[in-house]
Design a protein around this ligand. Structure first.
Ligand code: NDP
Length: 452
């Protein structure tokens, strides 16, 4: 069996070695998950809820351990990694309330009545990317389990450690074997088997648009349900009437959090031309103030990129002669470091403006008026998130309705709350995760007529 050595992105030192799952082992795990689903779906709703609450408590008791694993294996700053582990707990608790609320309808009809049931799908295959190994795992896993499905999850090959540990915590909490299985391995092996195996009834995929497209095509062959959460190229639109100080002070964190490896990164800042120069004056010290360094230190705000190959890809967006307005700092020595970088002015002729860089690179572009801002914001195949800065509530509503994107914030940069829906427009994805309706995508409605 092949092994994979997890590398600490901040030190380039090996962390541990993980055995990669083969295709035959994946098939066996899927078959065990299908067998386990028969009894998991039969667990009384209150008991399933109690088990999920115990799972959440087990995660809560191991937040520090999970956070340290994410620091070592993914380079996430410890403050962020701690939040991520707590987020897994919170998502489990939120969906622990769902089994007892998964009710159908009764519909009077001539000669009797119809009743509807929300039936679980069976085995759900969860394919997780490397940028947020814990939260994205939880978003698919928790509602799928709550609805009575079993889950076979594949973490990204490079970041398997926290998902693997959370799988162990599920067992320790009393979740029966086979209900949640975590299979470290390659997308081309484990991920592909999840897509191709007929016992897997739904795929939840987060990652690149390219792979998402292939997964959708693979699922189509079996009319397999699929949720896709893909790339983004989100706009941060700053109008002249905005609180410019606050917009500029927060803009770096909207794109450089997680070293820019965030599908919601506001990587295109659009600024109304009349305040462009003032905004750039305010942005420069804000970028210089981003604390980049050792992710194990509590004050660190930005860590390294995930790998040398990814750093080379990010660097290709800042070639010699690129319009670098200013940059932040980054440590020298070992580690896949890249400094926060601001390119301005940038337009549609610049790949950093059009492509998802997935690194700490942001472009700043002037616009003329409301209509121009919406046109530029929409000039992308993506539509995942975005921000609008203005003190004019009417404008905020008009622009929010005009921008083709799934998650917007006004005078804020937050994108994700587990109790509100999350997902993309256009090529940023298909379906919605999180929020109160998430169980709809992990169940099918069964309609039964009962003659009277
Ligand atoms: P991928 O889309 O390649 O990987 C995401 C997940 O899919 C990983 O678990 C991967 O496994 C798996 N996978 C890859 N190929 C297949 C396949 N044929 N069948 C089933 N599963 C598969 O993303 P990358 O990690 O390569 O990142 C590339 C770019 O994608 C980034 O630079 C960024 O632009 C974007 N991206 C966007 C994310 C988002 O949150 N929207 C998250 C991650 C990436 P394995 O790890 O083995 O490759």
């Amino acid at each position: 069996m092949p092994d994979y050595t997890v590398i600490n992105p901040a030190t380039e030192q090996p962390v541990t070695t993980v055995t990669l799952t083969t295709a035959a082992e994946t098939d066996a795990a899927i078959e065990r998950a299908a067998a386990a689903q028969v009894s998991w779906r039969a667990v009384a709703p209150g008991d399933r809820a109690a088990l999920l609450r115990r799972f959440a408590a087990e995660v809560d008791a191991h937040v520090a351990e999970l956070a340290e694993l994410e620091v070592a294996g993914s380079g996430h700053p410890i403050g962020q990694a701690t939040w991520e582990a707590q987020h897994v707990r919170d998502v489990l608790l939120y969906y622990a309330a769902a089994p007892e609320r998964l009710t159908g309808r009764q519909i009077p009809v001539a000669g009797g009545l119809n009743v509807t049931f929300h039936e679980p799908l069976g085995v759900v295959g969860l394919i997780v990317p490397w940028n947020f190994p814990m939260p994205i795992f939880a978003w698919g896993m928790a509602p799928a389990l709550a609805a009575g499905n079993t889950v076979v999850a594949k973490p990204a090959e490079v970041t398997p450690l926290t998902a693997r540990r959370i799988g162990e915590l599920a067992l320790a909490a009393g979740i029966p074997p086979g209900v949640l299985t975590v299979l470290p391995g390659k997308g081309s092996v484990v991920g592909q088997r999840l897509v191709d195996h007929p016992l897997v009834r739904k795929i939840v995929f987060t990652g690149s648009t390219e792979v998402g497209r292939e997964i959708m095509a693979g699922c189509a062959r079996q009319v397999k349900r699929v949720t896709l959460e893909l790339g983004g190229k989100s706009a941060n639109i700053v109008f002249a009437d905005a609180d410019l100080e606050r917009a500029a002070a927060t803009a770096p964190y909207a794109v450089f959090d997680n070293a820019g490896q965030d599908c919601c990164a506001r990587s295109r800042i659009l600024v109304q031309r009349s305040v462009f120069d003032r905004f750039m004056e305010l942005l420069e010290p804000a970028v210089a103030g981003v604390r980049v360094g050792d992710p194990a230190l509590p004050e660190t705000e930005m860590g390294p990129l995930i790998s040398a190959a990814h750093r080379a890809r990010v660097a290709s967006y800042v070639p010699d002669g690129a319009p670098v307005a200013f940059r932040g700092t980054a440590p020298g020595g070992p580690g896949f470091w890249f400094p926060p970088t601001v390119l301005a002015p940038a337009g549609a002729d610049s790949p950093a403006f059009t492509d998802e860089v997935f690194g700490p690179v942001v472009t700043v572009t002037p616009f003329e008026d409301e209509a121009d801002a919406v046109t530029i914001a929409n000039d992308t195949p993506y539509g995942l998130s975005g921000s609008i800065w203005t003190e004019n509530v009417g404008r905020a509503i008009r622009v929010a309705r005009g921008v083709e994107t799934g998650n917007l914030s006004v005078n804020s940069h937050s994108s994700v709350r587990y109790w509100t829906p999350f997902g993309g427009f256009k090529q940023s994805g298909l379906g919605r995760e999180l929020g109160p309706d998430a169980l709809d995508s992990f169940t099918e409605v069964k309609n039964v007529f009962i003659a009277s």
